[in-house]
Ligand binder design. Sequence first.
Ligand code: ZN
Length: 538
Amino acid sequence: MTTERRQVGAPLSFTEKFRFPIWKIDRVEIISLYAVRKNSTNNIMDCIEVFRQAEKEIAESGKLSLTARRKIWQTMGEIEPRDRDSLKPRSLTEPLKKRAYLALACAKKVMPMWCSVDPDDKSPQNLIKKSLAYLDGKIKVKELRAERKQSTIDAFMNAVDSRGSVGSAAVAAWNAMVVTLEDESYLEPWDSDLTDEDIDAYERDAAKEACVAWSNAYTDGDNGKYVIREMRFWAWYLEEAAKIAGLENYRFPPRYIKAFKEKQNPPKPVPEEVTLESLCEFLGVGEYVYNIKGESEISYYNKKTDNYDKTEYFDIYQITARLPQEYGICPVCKKPIDNIECFFADRGLDWDEFAVPKKYPQIDITRLCLQFRCPNHPKEWIYNIPNGYRNYKDGVKRYIKGEGRLEKLLEELERRTVTKYCKVWADEIIINGKNCRSVEEIENKKEELGLVDTGWIDKANGIYRLDLRQFLSNFFVFRFPFSKFVQYTKNMNDDTGYRAVLKEDEGIVEFEVRDFRFKCFMENGQPIYMQIEQRKKL
Ligand SMILES: [Zn+2]
């Protein structure tokens, strides 16, 4: 049996603790919008109304329009009048200061994204620092104006072109510095009716620019994740703005985020029939392929003994599913692409998420995926993975809800568990659950594994024979059913560590992995037996 181990609960070291990004912490408090407003110069009820409208807009659309942002800025006071062509910096009025602090907070929020791609270039951070110093009266306006160099913004714009949305983090810092000197330009009387539709990507304000950088981070191009992050950004923005506007303790209600999430992924109806096919389909992991059974253990950290000395053991059903779509869409030319770059597996559900109660065996789901390459746009990453955020644990919980459903699912898992199988990896061959790292090991375990028609062909040259018929169709290469492995390898561009050569007229498929070389003899499209040759270990 293959065994998986996990360790949980050790105290975090200082660096580990602070590696955990602060922006991942969810706010839980719901505090009324009708909070105490300090230092009020405007009508408090008008101000509250603006924030209430903005909250509604975010709750419904997940976005905050320029029009709504402008109204929020207006709650902080008037913009200092100035001629249209004037280049004179604006005075450090209280309203300007508030709007500058807000713009700088946005830029600061996305600095971790900038650092993740360019930790050495500190010019955006420098702009933020200098702007704050100026607002606090520590440096003169001349010194801040000296930072407003064309070469700096050109470099940031180049970063947007070459690195995409993280470049927006740097542009946000630039824009926030401009607000510090000039105030928000969309408050100028001649631009005061512009909306999001009127401005293009080069004319965004600091908040919008920061929003783009923040929302794209950690989404891997997944639009479902993007829209949720975008909403979280605006929720944060509203709280930040409220604080600066003097609405103390305002919190964006988390229930709106939850409701918005559900709207993005409307819950699918749970299929009535409990089968492994309907489970995989329901979870969105593709088609059920097969499942095996293994063992797992989890050790918990004990503070007193400074050891992992409490251990729980579980049986686990390990399901493999595959995405049926054998092409991806190129994001540039929008054409379907079936030219395979590589195939891989990703984890849908981990057994230690405990999707079913702990007293039962746990379930673990791996999904086989394909990556493609467009011949005309070879730099694009193209997958067949569907868009949209999915919570597999919740999915399983919904699936098993109801009288007898969990029992029926476990029954199905047990009934369909494959016990006779052969699985090829780069450095081992797993036969009926036993790992064999060499051909000798197969020979030694032959009887225990109940293998028939299996043994040396040419011991001197290290060539071994394994009858594949005894595994029925349960012959897998890197988790993929053999026929899929052959099909995909035929469509592959290059060698990524293994190669399959098909000698179709002779009915032979040859392929090699890191430690072994295989020769499969086919009959009616099925592999009948194979010769295994141990390669020299690299
Ligand atoms: Zn293309």
